[in-house]
Design a protein around this ligand. Structure first.
Ligand code: PMV
Length: 313
């Protein structure tokens, strides 16, 4: 196989973040207008095993052998070699490009892993199934997150809306009527591993209270899935507000997130909430298509460093 390519979308978590780590469901959707793309090209004449990696977005140009063994790209490539029982791959060049903003909660690292795993396995002549791609990407997620639920690698690998419960086969589902989201970035970097660890501490201190939060979120997620399947946007907006309220109680919001959520609602969004680990990162607002620009502008005025308008479904 001389040259192969593969791509993977970004993602947002619509409902259920944090509670999903504790066995409750979450709903996440792909954001297809941003993508990671990987091209693997044979380098005839070079010795077997010589793999060159080019990732201009992060200024990386290196041979696989020169990168640390716990580098996410190395873990992904080695995971593919192990899964396919290949000891030494043919010489090749791996080029990684992405339009997904880095470290923004839109799944840029996950999408790179998924596209890389897919392209490299294809290059080695053995297309992996979506389940296998997702499982290998999960191994890479563990480097970033420690104890990830698996929702991110699942939604990015399937590239479909997913209803996800940790440890269970994911359920993909249909969006009956496409809906519009405005994603607002606080510009505040907030590692997911830290907010996940703080929720864990709080849960250990007051388990009954946090279990009740997780149960409340689980109920919201089930209603949200029904609302998405029924195309009931206004109900979905209310459910976003309710989910955000529980996340506030869990102390994973922040003044910047609050400013954006409030601005979105004031500009006429049906609902708004933080998305992902919280404390910074992104929020999402559900809007009617004709209000999307207005809400995006309000978010920028309230401090968003970037807004993305995207159609889901
Ligand atoms: O920060 P993100 O977008 O990767 O989302 C993290 C979601 C959590 O539920 C907080 C953690 C997890 O592993 O599911």
């Amino acid at each position: 196989m001389s040259t192969v390519t593969a791509s993977a979308p970004g993602k947002v978590i619509l409902f259920g973040e944090h509670a999903v780590v504790y066995g409750r469901p979450a709903v996440a959707v792909p954001v297809t207008q941003v993508q990671a793309q990987v091209e693997v090209k044979a380098r005839p004449g070079y010795p077997d095993g010589e793999v060159i990696i080019l990732a201009p977005d992060i200024g990386l140009e290196s041979s696989l052998a020169d990168l640390p063994s716990d580098h996410p790209l190395v873990v992904a490539l080695h995971a593919v070699l192990a899964a396919l029982d290949v000891q030494i791959p043919p010489a090749c060049q791996v080029q990684i490009n992405s339009t997904i903003p880095l470290a923004s909660g839109l799944g840029s690292g996950t999408a790179v892993s998924v596209a890389l795993i897919r392209a490299f396995s294809r290059f080695l002549g053995n297309d992996l199934s979506v389940e296998q791609v997702s499982a290998l990407a999960f191994e890479v997620e563990k480097i970033h997150h420690g104890t990830p639920s698996g929702v991110d690698n699942t939604v990015v690998a399937y590239a479909l809306p997913v209803y996800f419960i940790k440890g269970q086969p994911p359920q993909t589902f249909q969006v009956s009527r496409p809906f519009t989201l405005v994603i607002g970035d606080t510009g505040v970097a907030s590692p997911t591993a830290i907010s996940v660890a703080e929720v864990r501490r709080a849960w250990q201190d007051t388990p009954a209270i946090y279990e009740s939060y997780f149960d409340a979120i689980g109920g919201i997620v089930d209603s949200a899935r029904q609302a998405i399947e029924a195309g009931a946007e206004e109900v979905l907006g209310l459910l976003m507000d309710t989910n955000h309220g529980v996340l506030q109680k869990m102390d994973v919001s922040s003044p910047q997130l609050e400013a954006l959520v409030k601005a979105a609602r004031q500009a006429g969004a049906w609902g708004a909430k933080l998305s992902g680990g919280g404390r910074g990162g992104n929020m999402i607002a559900l809007v009617s298509p004709d209000r999307a620009d207005k809400v995006a502008m309000a978010l920028r005025r309230a401090g968003a460093t970037r807004t993305i308008i995207t159609q889901i479904g």
